[in-house]
Structure formats: structure tokens, C-alpha cells
Ligand binder design. Structure first.
Ligand SMILES: Nc1ncnc2c1ncn2[C@@H]1O[C@H](COP(=O)(O)OP(=O)(O)OP(=O)(O)O)[C@@H](O)[C@H]1O
Length: 315
């Protein structure tokens, strides 16, 4: 990877133990992300995903190591990095417009009220809330509240979106719609996204890369799954991709078995975590052929082990 827009460099997070000493949640974590890349992180509860996200947000500091964004070490929160939480954290006394405008005003302190409102309205329209501008959070459904959170994050036009299970509290239909919208918006705006999810299908649908973390304490990045789906993808076609089931099975197998007993082995290098493309031949991946284009089903073609690609330096 050449463009290291985000570079996580050997970070650790330790907390003091009640009886003395420290618990190491994770250590020596290295990961880099290119500009415009959508990365999903998957791992069991407690492995430190939110801690990593909070460090990226500047809300927490690593016990060791550093995170560099756009060639600058993170030294606290910044309007360049917007966070979308599972709970939307809206200001209950402000309307939809008021909530988004509040974020816009914090970034553009010299703008007039008219400029601020016009800018906020643009992002309210983007997330499909036109007509709900004057409602207060209590009058909105969970999905609408989450849209406000997304509009608020987008309205400050951050360089990076950090999302902590943003759709997990939503019903399946709303979740699907918002996943589609977030994907579209991120593609259109070239957003770089770091997102935590527990949902394997969500990760495969949204991500360019899926980072697999082992169980904590002492969690490590076991590997990075390079998603073979094309950047432009439609929800309805995702499962027809010839490698879809191989990728899905690989991630599930990791979560069910390997995340607990991951053997780093002598060859494991945290700065150079294996990048895998499950089901693909080591040197080549066939172009996507729709399921009805041939006699062999895509599911048949998807069988086979995950071959590690050439080890790619992530640090
Ligand atoms: N302030 C704190 N003091 C001590 N331990 C903490 C503190 N904050 C988090 N931890 C511990 O750090 C570990 C990682 O927490 P974190 O929330 O990052 O995990 P996670 O992978 O995001 O989990 P989940 O998927 O459940 O959200 C947990 O074991 C948690 O108990």
C-alpha cells in the first residue's frame, strides 16, 4: 500500500489492574489505510475495537505507539475526524436542522446563520431527511436519528469517518437502507472510513478491507481480508460474486475458531500482517461473472481455502 493516509504505528493500550500491574488490551498494533479506503474491523467483544477507534478519534491516547493521519500525529479530537456512534448522541432540545447546524457552526465559525443552515440542509437532504428539519429527536424513529448523526458527521466534511457499530440498534430494513446510503455517500465523497461491526455480511458489503482481530486481552490483528468485490457493488448482487461465500466462510471460521486460539507462530510480524483473499488463486482473481452467465454456480466456484497474498506491509 503506497498511500498511508492513516498509519497506526505500534500502538498498545494498557489499563491498571485492581491488584497492581497492568492489563494489556492490545499491543504492537500496526495498520495503514489509504485515502478513500473503507475498512471494517471485526473481532469479539472486548478485543479493543472501540479503544482503537477512540484512539483514532483522539478521545483516548495509546499507552505506546502513535497514530499518524495525513502526516500528522494525532494529539486529540479534530473536526477532520467525525465519529458516528451506535447511540446517536443528539442534542434533544435542538431540531434536526439545529443539531446539524450546531456541528457546521463549530467548524465554520465566521459563517452567517443563513450560510450555516444552507450547508446543514444540504446534508439533511443527502441522508433523506428533507421535510423533517424542524422535528426534535424525540419525534424521530431510531433510523431517522441515526441519519441525523450521519448528516451531522458528513456536514463537517471530515477527512475520516469513524463508525462504531452505527447500524446495530436499527431494524433490518432500516439498517439495509442506511448501509446503502452510507456506501453511496462515502463513495461519492471519497471518504476514508474506519468502521467497527459484528455483522459479517455488513462488513463484506461495505468494506474494501476487513481487519480481523483476535480475542483480548493481548489482542492482535490476525490478518486483513482483501475484499474481492468491485468498488461499485449492488446489495442484490453481492452474494452472486464467485468469491463471496469463500470470504464469508473465512471470516466466520475466524470468529468461531481461530480468533480464540490464534497461533501467531514464529513468522507472524505485526508490522506486516498477512493480507488474504479467500478462495482466490494466489496470483490472479477472475473477473466477476454473474451467476446466470455459465453452468457452474458461483457458490461452486467459491469453494476452496484462503490463500495468503504476498505479504503486504501494513505498518
Ligand atoms: N477505562 C477502562 N479501564 C479498564 N479497562 C477498560 C477501560 N475501557 C475499556 N476497558 C477494557 O478494554 C477492553 C476493550 O474494550 P473495548 O470497548 O475497546 O472492546 P470492543 O472490542 O470494542 O468490545 P465490544 O465489541 O463489546 O464493543 C475491555 O476488556 C474493557 O473492559
Amino acid at each position: 500500500m503506497t498511500d498511508k493516509f492513516i498509519s497506526i504505528e505500534g500502538i498498545a493500550r494498557r489499563y491498571p489492574k485492581a491488584g497492581g500491574g497492568d492489563t494489556t488490551i492490545f499491543e504492537n498494533l500496526w495498520l495503514s489505510m489509504a485515502r478513500g479506503e473503507f475498512v471494517c474491523v471485526i473481532g469479539h467483544s472486548g478485543c479493543g475495537k472501540t479503544t482503537v477507534l477512540n484512539i483514532l478519534a483522539g478521545l483516548d491516547a495509546p499507552s505506546e505507539g502513535a497514530v499518524i493521519v495525513d502526516n500528522q500525529a494525532i494529539a486529540g479530537p479534530s473536526l477532520d475526524r467525525a465519529v458516528i456512534f451506535q447511540s446517536h448522541a443528539l442534542l434533544p432540545w435542538r431540531t434536526v436542522l439545529g443539531n446539524v447546524a450546531y456541528a457546521v457552526a463549530s467548524k465554520h465559525r465566521r459563517w452567517s446563520a443563513a450560510q450555516i443552515n444552507a450547508h446543514a440542509q444540504r446534508f439533511i437532504d443527502v441522508v433523506g431527511l428533507t421535510g423533517a428539519e424542524h422535528k426534535r429527536p424525540a419525534e424521530l424513529s431510531g433510523g431517522m436519528k441515526q441519519r441525523v448523526g450521519i448528516a451531522r458527521a458528513l456536514s463537517i466534511e471530515p477527512k475520516i469517518m469513524l463508525m462504531d457499530e452505527p447500524f446495530s440498534a436499527l431494524d433490518a430494513l432500516t439498517r439495509g437502507t442506511l448501509q446503502d446510503e452510507v456506501r453511496r455517500i462515502c463513495l461519492e465523497t471519497g471518504q476514508t472510513v474506519f468502521m467497527i461491526t459484528h455483522d459479517v455480511d455488513e462488513a463484506i458489503y461495505l468494506a474494501d478491507k476487513v481487519v480481523l482481530m483476535t480475542n483480548g486481552p493481548g489482542a492482535v490483528i490476525a490478518e486483513i481480508v482483501d475484499n474481492p468485490l468491485p468498488k461499485t457493488r449492488a446489495r442484490a448482487d453481492v452474494h452472486k460474486h464467485p468469491l463471496y461465500y469463500a470470504v464469508r466462510n473465512h471470516i466466520i471460521d475466524f470468529l468461531v475458531a481461530r480468533s480464540k486460539s490464534f497461533d501467531k507462530g514464529a513468522a507472524y510480524d505485526p508490522r506486516n500482517v498477512p493480507v488474504v483473499r479467500p478462495g482466490a488463486a494466489p496470483a490472479d482473481v477472475s473477473p466477476f461473472v454473474p451467476a446466470d452467465a455459465g453452468t457452474q454456480s458461483n457458490t461452486d466456484r467459491a469453494s476452496g481455502p484462503g490463500f495468503p497474498l504476498a505479504r503486504e506491509r501494513t505498518g
